[in-house]
Design a binder for this molecule. Structure first.
Ligand code: PEP
Ligand code: MG
Length: 893
């Protein structure tokens, strides 16, 4: 049977699946010889079995017993021994970091007797021992037995009021002893039994509670947000306690080997003297900058710096660290490759390349398209020199403007009505997660870069300012420097500088966008971030197998996409060219009684279309432009049935003439479809309305010839939408070829004719369709719609929330390609199309073309290009490069 418990000395950093991130890294540090307290890890598999069966896996109790004995032997103490107790912490630790989402119980092993033993260990420090005991009852009660946390808070508050003090630290040993009695009463009242005195029972129950916390509401929500699979389970680390709250020569802190907000080199972190682990992360008290530890404890500080250098050297990346100093002795409680902002990710990856630590391929794996997208967000324009309301720690960058709200519930309610809000809290805790997701930004009055608010906001890419100076928060207002800001007032927060402004500050584009646009403010040109983006984008382009085109149907969009690095247009939709003042021509076309009337309307549309195409071909001179023939049903260009019916009825009632409206109404009735998405659209329309596609083909070919005559190099590709059978395409193609031959005669213009693959039948008969197509472009929007039978206009708002909740899929298949289903159709069509025509050009132009995950899939399938909206082009370029590097599968470290 598989082992369920590993001593720290038995694991390593590659065992995250089994030992979780924390356990694997504790093992790694133990084996590096760093000062890690003794302990062991219960595997994620044990958790999975517990969650499946509702009880511990067979053999777990015995294995636990053996490891506990070994730990007791190493430490020379027994768990909960009244004379000289070993105490342990029981900590969650999943494969992926889920900060604060699951449970931890500290001081396990304390009871009415061992509390005296602990006091003796601490040199007769009764206060410390009773404080530790009351913390255990509180955490254990809340976590293991669901006792409402406020009940303990009330008791604590009551003890302080009774004594007439403000701070916990002003309570002495006798007060805390009395508090323990009060806590035990709270415990008994809510659970119906006494607080368990048996140390092993405490340990077993705490382990079970940590297992269960995998399925706490906030953990489920966080996993959904971060796309962490629901079935992984958490490991549990049982670690010998070390205490940072034994006096001024003790403390606890968090450190980063580089600045996780900007990527700057140096030592960053927070330190809290005479405090226990969770106090720093919770941001409950304001912390000291880590550098100040040098003055308090020079030896530990030097040792910490030395360990940080070793860890960076070992992990080849920014590490974050949790440590505790117990009476001048440094202990490492955790390390991991640290979370960082998008800007820091790019800057650090480029720095590590410059430092010779990693190569460019590896650097590309350290950044992501999602991070690049974040860097393309706008920032505040401070030209008007807006007054600053207050200043805090810039904990997660970005520019957020919104109305102030003071609770997660209000944030959720406001966001549901489309309002932008800033969630203002003293500090956040995991229960605030839904509000943090709903808000534009988060502002807290306490805590630093490592507080809960900061860590979670950075993970989400949400703007956050923490520890804002002198902010006094009330129920529905906050005051700062004599000013009052009420619920509903607008403020602007800058997560980069930490500044908070009253009112709405205008925003300006990011320097990364300026860089892509090619008009970077010279003052920013040497910014490490811009240089890093340039270096990594250049490498991504060199590495990529996929090219990136854009979906654009106007000249300005085409020009912008080209500046963003698009290698052509993968989808030029022509429908907007039938709107505006051209509607009237479309109406004439639809109402035409005779061939002559119809030709007349088409004849009027044709030069307008030619001008549209010429503008786009000019912008994309030398690059391919795929123009899709008109796709939507024609009635979409007509007035609504209801409006027209009312108009006609009113006119009749007034005895007015309404001939044209009546004819239009009849046409709209005739063309009405119950399922327009599955009706007369795409190629079907082209086959039914004579001359429509022919007009477009002629306009495309003539525009190309016109550009060639100007000395340009047009590369038009005509794309037929919604094809399901080769015969459809053959019919359109035969007519198109005749027109093209006639128009291009005498020029060297070449026009390709291809099709979209967006109907499942087309994917399944792609071998035949390739006979008549020079290229395929996968229309994955329709392919998803028809593959799943999901109406793309309805389902996302109607019931996807439930599907996501039930885990039927982790993300909407309209957002990220469904690899197994719709993706399989793409694979089949690509393979069978290429079997017929080896040089068949393959691309994708559905929304998935700009989705990072999907880009990797299209690379795997071997498409030639992806096409996406202009703003997503840089993201797709980066991901195309990353996909190519990842698929080589080499380890560059
Ligand atoms: C598609 O279906 O994926 C596509 C690109 O076409 P449209 O979104 O215009 O239907
Ligand atoms: Mg489509």
């Amino acid at each position: 049977m598989a082992k369920l418990v590993y001593d720290f000395a038995e694991g390593n950093r590659d065992m995250k699946d089994l030992l979780g991130g924390k356990g694997a890294n504790l093992a790694e540090m133990t084996n590096l010889g760093l000062p890690v307290p003794g302990g062991f890890t219960i595997t994620t598999e044990a958790c999975q079995r517990y969650l499946a069966d509702g009880r511990h896996a067979d053999g777990l109790a015995a294995e636990l017993g053996e490891h506990l004995e070994a730990l007791e032997a190493t430490m020379g103490r027994k768990l909960g021994d009244p004379a000289d107790p070993l105490l342990v912490s029981v900590r969650s630790g999943a494969k992926f970091s889920m900060p604060g989402m699951m449970e931890t119980v500290l001081n396990v092993g304390l009871n009415d007797e061992s509390v005296d033993g602990l006091s003796r260990q601490a040199g007769g420090n009764d206060r410390f021992a009773w404080d530790s005991y009351r913390r255990l009852i509180q955490m254990f009660g809340k976590t293991v037995c669901d006792v409402p946390g406020e009940e303990f808070e009330h008791a604590l508050h009551h003890a302080k009021v009774a004594k007439g003090v403000k701070d916990d630290v002003q309570l002495d040993a006798d007060d805390l002893r009395a508090l323990v009695t009060a806590y035990k009463k709270v415990f008994l009242k809510h659970t119906g039994h006494d607080f368990p005195q048996e140390p092993r029972e405490q340990l077993d129950l705490a382990i079970e509670a940590v297992f269960r916390s995998w399925n706490a509401d906030r953990a489920i929500l966080y996993r959904r947000q971060e796309r962490i699979p629901a079935d992984l389970g958490t490991a549990v680390n049982v670690v010998a306690m070390v205490f940072g709250n034994l006096g001024p020569d003790s403390g606890t802190g968090v450190a980063f080997t580089r600045d996780p907000a900007t990527g700057e080199r140096g030592v960053y972190g927070d330190y809290l003297q005479n405090a226990q682990g969770e106090d720093v992360v919770a941001g409950i008290r304001n912390t000291l900058a880590l550098a100040e530890l040098a003055d308090l404890d020079e030896k530990s500080y030097a040792e910490l710096l030395d360990i940080m250098t070793r860890l960076e050297g070992h992990y080849h990346d920014l590490c974050d660290i949790e440590f505790t100093i117990e009476r001048g002795k440094l202990w490492m409680l955790q390390t991991r490759v640290g979370k960082r902002t998008a800007a820091a990710a790019f800057t650090i990856a480029a720095q590590l390349v410059d430092e010779g630590v990693i190569d460019l391929d590896e650097a590309l794996t350290r950044v992501s398209g999602a991070q690049l997208a974040q860097l393309m967000f706008p920032r505040f324009d401070l030209a008007g020199d807006p007054a600053v309301l207050t200043r805090g720690v810039g904990a997660s960058p970005g520019a957020a403007v919104g109305e102030v709200v003071f609770s997660a519930a209000d944030a959720v309610a406001a966001a549901a009505t489309g309002r932008s809000v800033i969630l203002v809290r003293r500090e956040t805790n995991p229960d605030d997660l839904s509000g943090m997701i709903a808000a534009q930004g988060i502002l807290t009055s306490r805590g630093g870069k490592t507080s809960h608010a900061a860590v979670v906001a950075r993970g989400m890419g949400k703007t956050c300012v923490c520890g804002a100076d002198a902010l006094e928060i009330g129920r529905d207002r906050f005051t700062v420097g004599g000013r009052t800001v009420r619920e509903g007032d607008v403020i602007s927060i800058d997560g980069t500088t930490g500044r908070v402004y009253p009112g709405e500050v205008p925003v300006r584009p990011s320097e990364v966008v300026q860089y892509f646009e090619g008009h970077l403010d010279p003052a920013l040109a040497n910014e490490p971030l811009v240089a890093a983006v340039h270096q990594l984008m250049t490498h991504a382009d060199a590495a990529a197998a996929l090219t990136v085109r854009t979906n654009a149907d106007t000249g300005p969009d085409a020009a912008r996409a080209r500046r963003f690095g698009a290698q052509g247009i993968g989808l030029c939709r022509t429908e907007h060219m039938f709107l505006g003042d051209r509607r009237e021509l479309v109406e004439r076309l639809i109402l035409a009684h005779t061939a002559a009337e119809r030709d007349d309307a088409l004849g009027a549309l044709q030069p307008l279309q030619r001008a549209d195409f010429l503008e786009i071909f000019r912008e994309m001179n030398g690059l391919p432009v795929t123009v899709r023939l008109i796709d939507p049903p024609l009635h979409e260009f007509l007035p609504s049935l209801e409006d027209l019916a009312v108009q006609v009825a009113v006119a009749k009632a007034r005895g007015e003439q309404a001939d044209r409206d009546e004819r239009m109404l009849a046409a709209v009735r005739r063309m009405h479809e119950s399922n327009p998405m599955l009706g007369l659209r795409g190629v079907r329309l082209g086959l039914v309305i004579p001359g429509l596609f022919a007009m477009q083909v002629r306009a495309i070919a003539e525009a190309a010839v016109a550009l060639a005559a100007e000395g340009g190099r047009p590369r038009p590709e005509i794309m037929v939408p919604l094809v399901g059978a080769v015969q459809e395409l053959e019919t359109v193609r035969a007519e198109a070829e005749k027109i093209i031959a006639e128009v291009v005669a005498g020029s060297d213009v070449q026009v390709l004719v291809g099709t979209m693959i967006e109907v499942p039948r087309a994917a399944l008969t792609a071998g035949q369709i390739a006979e008549a197509a020079e290229f395929f472009s996968f229309g994955t929007n329709d392919l998803t719609q028809m593959g799943w039978g999901f109406s793309r206009d309805d389902v996302e708002g109607a019931f996807f929330w439930r599907y996501l909740e039930l885990g039927i899929f982790g993300i909407s298949p309209f957002e990220s390609i469904d690899r197994e289903g719709v993706g399989r159709l793409v694979r089949i069509a690509a393979a069978e199309g290429r079997a017929t025509r080896p040089d068949l050009k393959l691309g994708v132009c559905g929304e998935h073309g700009g989705d990072p995950e999907s880009v990797h899939f299209f690379h795997e399938v071997g498409l030639d290009y992806v096409s996406c909206s202009p703003f997503r082009v840089p993201v797709a370029r980066l991901e195309a490069g990353r996909a190519a590097i990842e698929s080589t599968g080499s380890d560059h470290r």
